[in-house]
Ligand binder design. Structure first.
Ligand code: ZN
Length: 623
């Protein structure tokens, strides 16, 4: 049943109730419930992470009350409830179990709380556009008296019970959609602040670390400035919040309209003696920061029609994730080099790693990027042992297609992908409000052709709708952009490509597997399509214990293979579950699936090449 829009705010109270049981307690009051019986529901997924996650499974108890006493309420499906008809204010009270360390849900213990609204705030059916008030109540006890709250969720006015800066108390959102798009970090944390384009950016760092936060803050500021410059120098938000949680081993990020939640490994943070050119781990963290920040434009505001508005009760299908994740992946490290926080050599080495990974996963030659986007709900977010053979990666390969498009535009027109992004921003982003217009599925391609004046039909048909060889296309153009390339065999199983090696490693023997450690030998996590291991009859899950009658482990496999020439015929022993397999196996040659990239120092003699290189990376080629 539909109802007239209510002007009464929905009032939520969020209590950090029991840290040791990881229980959050919410009570919410609806002043004018649907007289026919009010419905409530919780999202089944969180925007930015395309998997049905069933957050309602963590609701432990739930009850409804009116001023007259308890009100019957029952579930109508896995994530929805219906209360009995009533007149007056209706209050729901429920407990949620919150113990998910990821950036996607909710976590609470005696050290910290991290909360996404999509895991804890029920929506009121028919009143999704009503303003929301939230009171956040600290855990009881002395232990918690210095805890603070960091969030982009706006505070209410002091006169209306508003929270002090970084404090517990009253917050608000103009509607439900906004309410659940501002995660909360609660506990002890350190803060840094910088201003870019006149806009305050907060850096909130929680967890145990010994990092140089001033370095992190300075580098982040440069990266943000580069993004802001790309999109015309004006921030689309009033403030921005980076909520970074540091753990021993972890990695993840999730974009929100005015903030991002980040999870990083302690060793990836900069140390006080961090070199000027960041270590690989720190470069990866800066790339993550850059990636999520770019999303503030690309997917949070420029978005597909399928997300405008989000339907969080079921899957939202689009073929455009190659653009929202692939282009974002392309720009994340590109902005590191343009802002000067990494040198061009390291940027090119990173691109070479993506070329390598894309080539090594046969699925990139099987599935198209449009199919990968559409099927993300059942494929990318539900990987299994065969995923590398069957799935295209719209992050990695999508980034390569974005790079190829950028180079194609720069080579044949006076435009670039930057111009397309600015045009998308003007058309779909800037007029954005929370229920703004998303783009039709074919709008991206149409606008790119319009802006560049090129007919890009063949380009998009090839690279989005066939499983194209984007790697070879990029290697062909590289000389025109002052980039030297190397295609070679891998040195060992740890070789991910990157820099150009002189001399190139020799071609050795190849099994075509990925392994992990196992007490008995080397456990096969992937057996690649068409590999020597597959031809011999080995499968993912098998534990390889001997090759040529010599013991194999995860750590000695590389070494053992160097002693066996390619095309050797030998015997492999492996366990499949508890059954011993004895298999004849013929070793293959190491494929040329590894790439190196570097600036070509000779290219500065060619003015056009030099110009293209510096327009692309924002710096000249150094001799
Ligand atoms: Zn992303």
């Amino acid at each position: 049943m539909s109802r007239a829009k209510s002007s009464h705010p929905i009032h939520y109270t969020l209590r950090l109730a029991n840290p040791h049981a990881h229980i959050l307690r919410v009570s919410m009051t609806v002043m004018q419930p649907d007289p026919a019986g009010q419905r409530f529901s919780l999202p089944t997924w969180i925007p930015g992470s395309y998997l049905i996650r069933e957050f309602a499974k963590h609701i432990v108890t739930l009850q409804a009350d009116t001023e007259a006493g308890p009100l019957p309420i029952h579930k109508t499906d896995k994530h929805s409830w219906q209360a009995a008809p009533c007149d007056g204010p209706l209050t729901l009270s429920y407990d949620i179990y919150a113990y998910d360390l990821s950036v996607r849900s909710a976590y609470f213990d005696a050290h910290r709380a991290f909360i996404n609204g999509s895991s804890v705030f029920l929506s009121v059916t028919g009143q999704e556009h009503s303003p929301c008030h939230v009171d956040i109540i600290a855990p009881p006890g002395k232990h918690y008296q210095n805890w603070r709250v960091a969030t982009a969720l706006p505070r209410r006015k002091k006169s209306a019970g508003g929270a002090p800066a970084l404090g517990f108390g009253g917050y608000q959102a103009p509607n439900y959609d906004a309410l659940i798009d501002h995660p909360l970090e609660i506990g002890h944390f350190e803060t840094r602040q910088f201003t870019a384009a006149g806009t305050v950016h907060h850096l909130i760092i929680s967890g145990v670390h010994h990092a140089d936060l001033d370095r992190l803050c300075a580098d982040t500021a440069k990266i943000c400035q580069a993004h802001l410059d790309l999109f015309g120098g004006r921030a689309p938000f009033g403030e921005y919040w980076f909520l970074l949680h540091v753990v021993g081993d972890g990695y993840g990020g999730l974009e929100h309209r005015d903030s991002t939640a980040l999870l990083a490994s302690r060793n990836d943070l900069p140390t006080s003696h961090e070199p000027l050119a960041p270590s690989n781990g720190y470069r990866q963290l800066l790339g993550l920061i850059s990636h999520e920040y770019f999303h503030a434009w690309n997917v949070k505001r420029i978005k597909p029609a399928a997300y405008a508005p989000y339907d969080l009760s079921k899957e939202a299908y689009t073929k455009l994730l190659w653009a929202f994740e692939g282009i974002t992946s392309y720009y994340d490290e590109l902005m590191l080099v343009r802002s000067g926080v990494i040198p061009p050599e390291d940027y090119l080495a990173g691109l070479a790693e993506t070329l390598t990974l894309t080539t090594r996963f046969p699925g990139n030659s099987i599935q198209t990027l449009e199919e990968a986007s559409f099927d993300t709900w059942i494929k990318y977010y539900r990987p299994d042992e065969n995923s590398p053979n069957a799935h295209a990666n719209y992050y990695g390969k999508g980034g390569l297609v974005s790079w190829l498009l950028d180079w194609t535009l720069r080579q044949h027109t006076n435009k670039s992908l930057d111009d397309v992004m600015r045009a998308l921003w003007q058309r779909y982003g800037e007029p954005f409000d929370t229920h703004g217009e998303g783009m039709a599925e074919n709008a991206w391609e149409r606008l790119a052709s319009q802006i560049s004046g090129l007919n890009l039909t063949v380009f998009f048909d090839t690279h989005l709708r066939t499983p194209s060889d984007v790697v070879s296309a990029l290697l062909d153009i590289a000389p025109h952009f002052g980039v030297n390339t190397q295609r070679r065999a891998a040195k060992d199983s740890q070789d991910r490509g990157g820099k150009i090696l002189h001399p190139a490693p020799p071609i050795g023997s190849h099994l075509g597997i990925r392994t992990s450690a196992d007490p008995l030998g080397a456990k096969l996590t992937t057996v690649f399509t068409g590999s020597a291991a597959e031809r011999a009859g080995l499968a993912a899950g098998d534990v390889l214990i001997a090759l040529d009658h010599l013991r194999i482990t995860h750590s000695n496999l590389d070494k053992q293979l160097t002693h066996l020439p390619p095309e050797s015929n030998l015997t492999a022993h492996a366990f499949r579950r508890d059954q011993l397999l004895t298999l004849p196996l013929k070793l293959a040659h190491t494929p040329l699936d590894t790439f190196g990239l570097a600036p070509n120092p000779q290219a500065d003699s060619d003015a056009d090449t030099q110009k293209r290189y510096s327009a692309w990376l924002g710096s000249g080629i150094e001799k």
